[in-house]
Design a protein around this ligand. Structure first.
Ligand SMILES: [Zn+2]
Length: 508
């Protein structure tokens, strides 16, 4: 089949043309794919007495209710809930389609069947990394895998990657979007790409040996793991010259973390590296990236693919659409997916600069961009970390405070109960490893206490310093798929009893 539409002018349309294109694609997607083949949305449209012809504008589309994460979870009544979201074609209907008839007439029935299988047969899946709930699985057909490759090709373009770059993918090997997005993107673009599987598959040492051997121009992975890898290379007195890009994904990439990674790359012999972030999630089946920006400036946002996805920003409380440039929750609708499909999917992610439609100040592309910091409320809500010591904690702020402190290298927040007594008060212990040449422990401790009180109105009960190798052990580097930056050691039973439903979110 090859890869469709690589040559299309995805990033050359102006704002009006993008809006027209998206409406046309949305209507076609509803008419030809979603309404005939999705059990979930056939029911939703039926209840509202709507059909594809009722959707004549984006305002009309907003009559369709949001889909939320909880709608995708299996329950005892619906043990296979996600199946309702699968485009399951009706053979008789497909056989009557003019395109199927034409292919059968011109190329024979076997070719017609192969083409339908390409489009509709699930052949791949990725899943969410839910801690407290079952993972949600999303199915891909070969049509979706081609879209994954197209999205990956575009990421490589946005990152301004040169054709002769050698890429190392240090994402954990798992059925997660991040790993596969890099793999398919690099292959589609024709980049040399080595996937190590991250720390859990090979251990940090073997990742380092491979970095020495391959001398990559681009390193891709989760910020915390990349930090440990570069830190260990510095401790061992190694060099890593020729590095041009560090691409981050899988967790947030605060400005402080980017600065540290750039500084470490500089110390290893690669000054001026661009540290760029990606934003993706299981339900999108694709990821978006930032283009290189001046190192003393701000990122210009995640560049969206207007022909593959429609992104809305809504008020997280009322669900009302918000104008461009307004902070709000990211809502996602694919425009050309097969396999598992969600419409108006509420990500639970808050973007603090909103959606921007004017051309990018850095690369000039006219695609819509998600600008600012993204807070993933869902992670912390799932882990019951929003309420500690009886007060609400904004964990996104907490993460930023720690990342911005120059004396702090890596950290872990540990929640405990005083005296390990389930009925006693909550305690916060901070585990810290200092970064390279920063001041003494007392000064770092004072800085932490001051910033915590001023910005978070919070007093950590203890600040405990560790060597970087001890921190690697605490965070489970090389053992966990994702390094543990927050751990809850409060006895489970009492915490569950005390957990109160709260609507106050991390974004406030
Ligand atoms: Zn740009």
């Amino acid at each position: 089949m090859g890869i469709r539409r690589l040559a299309t002018r995805w990033d050359k349309l102006d704002q009006t043309a993008i809006q027209r294109l998206q409406l046309r694609l949305l209507r076609r997607f509803l008419r030809r794919q979603v309404l005939p083949f999705s059990a979930q949305y056939r029911a939703v449209f039926g209840e509202l007495r709507l059909d594809s012809e009722s959707i004549r504008s984006l305002e009309d589309f907003r009559k369709i209710p949001f889909t939320e994460k909880r709608d995708l979870l299996n329950t005892s009544e619906h043990p296979e809930r996600t199946k309702d979201f699968l485009l399951a074609p009706d053979r008789a209907r497909l056989a009557r389609r003019p395109s199927t008839l034409l292919r059968a007439l011109t190329r024979g029935p076997r070719a017609a069947k192969a083409s339908l299988e390409y489009e509709y047969r699930p052949v791949f899946l990725t899943a969410t990394t839910g801690r407290s709930s079952d993972p949600v699985t999303f199915l891909y057909t070969r049509h979706d895998l081609d879209n994954l490759a197209i999205a990956g090709h575009r990421l490589v373009e946005v990152f301004q990657t040169e054709r002769d770059y050698r890429v190392m993918n240090l994402f954990p090997f798992a059925p997660h979007l991040a790993f596969w997005q890099v793999h398919y993107g690099a292959i589609a673009f024709g980049l040399f790409n080595l996937s190590t599987g991250g720390g859990k598959v090979m251990g940090t040492q073997r990742n380092i040996r491979l970095i020495e051997k391959i001398a990559p121009q681009a390193l891709i992975g989760m910020p915390t793991f990349l930090y440990h890898v570069l830190q260990q290379m510095l401790e061992e007195g190694l060099r890593c010259t020729g590095l041009r890009r560090i691409i981050l994904g899988g967790e947030k990439a605060p400005a402080g973390m980017r600065r540290k990674l750039r500084a470490m790359a500089g110390e290893l012999g690669s000054p001026g590296v661009d540290v760029l972030a990606t934003y993706g999630f299981t339900e999108a089946k694709m990821a978006f990236g930032e283009c290189p920006f001046p190192h003393d400036g701000e990122p210009s946002g995640y560049h969206l693919y207007p022909d593959l996805a429609l992104v809305e920003i809504v008020d997280p409380k009322s669900g009302e659409p918000l104008p461009p440039g307004t902070p709000g929750e990211i809502v996602f609708t694919p425009l050309d997916a097969r396999g598992s499909v969600v419409l108006r999917y509420r990500t639970g992610d808050i973007i603090d600069g909103g959606l921007h439609c004017e051309p990018c100040p850095n690369c000039g592309r006219s695609v819509p961009r998600l600008v600012g910091r993204i807070s993933r409320q869902s992670e912390f809500r799932e882990m019951r970390f929003d309420k500690v010591k009886g007060t609400l904690i904004n964990f996104n702020d907490l993460e930023n405070v720690l990342e911005e402190l120059t004396g702090v290298g890596t950290w872990q927040v540990e929640l405990r109960k005083a005296n390990d007594d389930p009925l006693d008060v909550d305690e916060i212990h901070l585990h810290i490893s200092r970064s390279g040449r920063s001041g003494d422990e007392d000064r770092v401790r004072r800085d932490i206490r001051r910033e915590f009180e001023e910005r978070l109105e919070l007093r950590p009960n203890r600040v405990i310093f560790h060597s970087s190798s001890e921190m690697r052990r605490l965070q489970g580097v090389g053992k966990q798929l994702k390094e543990e930056k927050v751990v809850d050691h409060r006895p489970k039973s009492s915490a569950a009893q005390k957990a109160e439903p709260t609507t106050k979110e991390a974004s406030e």
